[in-house]
Design a protein around this ligand. Structure first.
Ligand SMILES: NC(=O)c1ccc[n+]([C@@H]2O[C@H](COP(=O)([O-])OP(=O)(O)OC[C@H]3O[C@@H](n4cnc5c(N)ncnc54)[C@H](OP(=O)(O)O)[C@@H]3O)[C@@H](O)[C@H]2O)c1
Length: 327
């Protein structure tokens, strides 16, 4: 798979692998299949795995640690800290205090069973901490060799500028897909001006853009999409219009909807690295083939017209989930 360049000389595969759903949020987990997915991803040239201490909590990093300790393939690990949750609860607290971040980083190193984290993000910014203090903490962890690169999630453009002035940011990770394009206004231009890479999370709209969820679909026990405004039946019915445009393009060229949604993101710039999430071999293999698709001008224009014309109904998170977003 082709490599893409984030900031500060970090290169990673054009598509990464989102590992969150292997632990929670999208229905039951299956560690055995998840470990197979990790191994197959590495075989397919996907060398950028995304996790966070809060996924599980902790289960996701432990799973990756199990995979990494088998020494199968060199992959780059991105993890995150700053969201504090109790097991089984979505309710969160944001903590970026220097003591907390240092403790969290050391715990992630242990769970991942590595000496150094390739890319370490602050998952959400803490209103109680100036971003300058947070960046100084990250710079110290980098100087000590515990992390190789620094990232931030869901920050605003002015915050990114302030942070980058303290110590270089390698990547921003924020939601970006055909149905979540707010970053195009300020964040992406700012990343480009500063030479910061952009990692697009939930690139498949948490599965909605794959056409897998019909409006009114029922979710499995523990699937947090059941609480998301965009998946509420009335909103999902309206949002299905965009999925139908993607479906038409996919059918016309013999691709899947997921592949078209990912090809669209890859087409937005060579600095964008989508990290589709899956815990299933079938979807992994399907998604990686998106890197072989180049959209035609006609397809680009159909999608540009569709996203301009069709309003997206419903917020992307609940109020609780919006804590620390665009900080
Ligand atoms: N920084 C942050 O705040 C933040 C927030 C959210 C996510 N993330 C990261 O971003 C990664 C990706 O985002 P995401 O997992 O939320 O959303 P996503 O990648 O947009 O969608 C994942 C969902 O789509 C399904 N799916 C994947 N490929 C498919 C295919 N080809 N056909 C049908 N369904 C398919 C998956 O199914 P299965 O579950 O059945 O495999 C899963 O339910 C996460 O894993 C996580 O690492 C970061």
């Amino acid at each position: 798979m082709d490599q893409r360049r984030l900031g500060q000389g970090l290169t990673v595969s054009a598509l990464g692998l989102g590992c969150m759903g292997m632990s929670e949020f999208y229905g039951p987990r299956d560690d055995r299949e998840s470990l197979d997915v990790l191994a197959r991803a590495a075989d397919l040239g996907v060398d950028f795995f995304d996790t966070a201490d809060t996924y599980g909590p902790h289960h996701n990093e432990e799973l990756l640690g199990q995979f990494l300790s088998a020494g199968r393939a060199p992959v780059k690990i991105a993890t995150k800290a700053g969201i504090v949750r109790s097991p089984g609860e979505y309710r969160r607290r944001i903590d970026n205090s220097p003591e907390y971040l240092r403790r969290a980083c050391e715990a992630s190193l242990r769970r991942l069973r590595v000496d150094r984290i390739d890319l370490y993000y602050v998952h959400r910014l803490d209103p109680a901490q100036p971003v300058e203090t947070t960046m100084e903490t990250l710079a110290a962890l980098k100087a000590e060799g515990k992390i190789a690169h620094i990232g931030l999630c869901e920050v605003s453009a002015p915050t990114l500028r302030r942070a980058h002035a303290v110590t270089p940011v390698t990547a921003i990770q924020t939601e970006y897909s055909l149905w979540t394009r707010e970053v195009e206004a300020e964040i992406l231009p700012t990343c480009r001006a500063l030479g910061v890479g952009f990692v697009a999370y939930s690139p498949l709209g948490r599965g909605f853009l794959t056409g897998r969820f019909q409006p009114g679909a029922r979710f499995e026990e523990g699937d947090f999409r059941a609480s998301l405004p965009r998946f509420a039946p009335d909103n999902a019915a309206g949002n299905a219009a965009l999925v139908e445009v993607v479906r038409d393009i996919a059918q016309a060229r013999g691709a899947t909807l997921a592949q078209i949604a990912l090809a669209w993101l890859l087409d937005q710039g060579p600095d964008i690295v989508p990290i589709p999430g899956t815990k299933r071999l079938k979807y992994l293999e399907e998604n990686t083939k998106a890197t072989q698709i180049t959209l035609t001008d006609a397809e680009r224009s159909t999608l540009r017209d569709a996203v301009a014309r069709l309003p997206v109904l419903g917020a992307r998170y609940t109020e609780e989930g919006m804590k620390g977003v665009n900080a």
